[in-house]
Ligand binder design. Structure first.
Ligand code: UDP
Ligand code: MG
Length: 341
């Protein structure tokens, strides 16, 4: 059990009181300015056996030079390969490294959440485990935090090693989401970022299952800042976001932060009803005035197909949101932990 957990077992009321004090008196907290702060780094890992050793080595190199206390939290998200073994082997009794082993694969966004739940740092950095986000950028994120930002996003200037299609759709998607969402979600920002303790604790209160972490972080507010970087290609292995999973993830982003699609559905419905009414008038005209009623089979079929199509789309959109309600209402825990090393 880590040192700080023991403390909270012995003195829970004192620790809670301190936490409450921190929450209500943020201005008096000056951890960011002092050298003596605890830096947590949260790293989700899914089938990364070939990257894990290099990732741990580079992260350790960076944080050990930073002249602060640190903890590295790796979340093994139900890997099917030997990621867990690689992590345990490279931990090598280092007390600053913790490995949270999930009972199965719960997904990238949930793995990040578990890391944030367990991080105790004054500043918490979230970073992908495939080395697409360079650990060497962490000092820059910390610097912005020390200058007063509560949330520091690493913003992708370029994306190496990713297909043209992914880059193009990502660019379009981020901008669309920004336009239609109810909170201001920054563009070209992934999950590589730093959260102050206060921001991390606030984030931990958001327990929705369909989580789009970058949107939730934007929802938190607080003072936010950016550091630009060039996104690298993966160190090894392949992306775990093939097209369909990426689509699912993107839809989560939209449905979690915008009801515009629902509105669009009702607007389309209205439009259809209007067109239907106009067509009814036209039909009456054909029957009673021009008296050529048998004509018009093509147009009827077209209208039926068009209206039917729109109805199905609207049903689908409503279904998306109903599906989310169905998932959320079960109130299952977000993840289960098999073991912590
Ligand atoms: N990941 C995870 N669980 C998953 C899928 C991915 O923990 O179900 C981790 C993965 O190991 C990596 C990070 O999340 O460290 C980002 O995943 P990936 O590189 O596949 O996404 P991409 O960078 O291609 O968007
Ligand atoms: Mg990646």
């Amino acid at each position: 059990m880590p040192e700080s957990d023991k403390t909270s077992d012995i003195l829970p009321s004192v620790v809670n009181a301190m936490r409450n004090e921190e929450q209500s008196l943020p201005v008096m907290l000056d951890t960011a300015a002092s050298q003596d702060y605890l830096l947590s780094v949260v790293v989700p890992m899914f089938n990364e056996e070939h990257v894990a050793p290099e990732c741990m080595r580079r992260l350790k190199d960076v944080v050990e030079k930073m002249n602060c206390r640190y903890e590295l939290i790796f979340i093994n998200d139900g890997s099917k390969d030997r990621t867990l073994e690689a992590l345990i082997k490279n931990k090598a009794d280092n007390p600053h490294i913790r490995i949270i082993n999930f009972s199965r694969n719960f997904g990238h966004q949930i793995a990040i959440t578990a890391g944030l739940d367990h991080a105790q740092g004054d500043a918490v950095v979230i970073i992908d485990g495939d080395l697409q986000d360079p650990p060497e950028l962490i000092p820059k994120l910390v610097e912005k935090w020390r200058q007063g930002a509560e949330i520091v996003h690493a913003r992708r200037k370029t994306r190496e090693g990713e297909s043209r299609f992914k880059k193009l759709t990502a660019k379009f998607y981020y901008r669309l989401l920004k336009e239609i969402s109810d909170v201001e979600i920054p563009v070209d920002v992934g999950d590589f970022r730093l959260l102050s303790k206060r921001a991390a604790q606030s984030f931990a209160q958001l327990r929705e299952r369909h989580r789009y972490v970058r949107g939730l972080v934007a929802w938190l507010g607080f003072k936010q800042d950016f550091v630009d970087y060039d996104r690298q290609a993966r160190y090894a292995g392949a992306t775990h976001y093939p097209f369909l999973r990426m689509l699912r993830f993107s839809l989560d982003g939209i449905s979690s932060f915008s009801i515009l699609p629902l509105r669009l559905a009702s607007m389309l419905g209205l439009l259809c009803a209007l067109a239907g009414a106009l067509y009814a008038i036209y039909a009456l005209y054909i029957k009673y005035i021009s008296k050529t009623a048998v004509l018009g089979w093509t147009s009827i079929i077209m209208v039926v197909l068009f209206v039917g199509g729109i109805q199905l789309i609207c049903l689908g959109i409503v279904g998306e949101y109903v599906g989310i309600l169905h998932d959320e209402i079960k109130r299952r825990p977000l993840y289960l932990i098999d073991d912590i090393y």
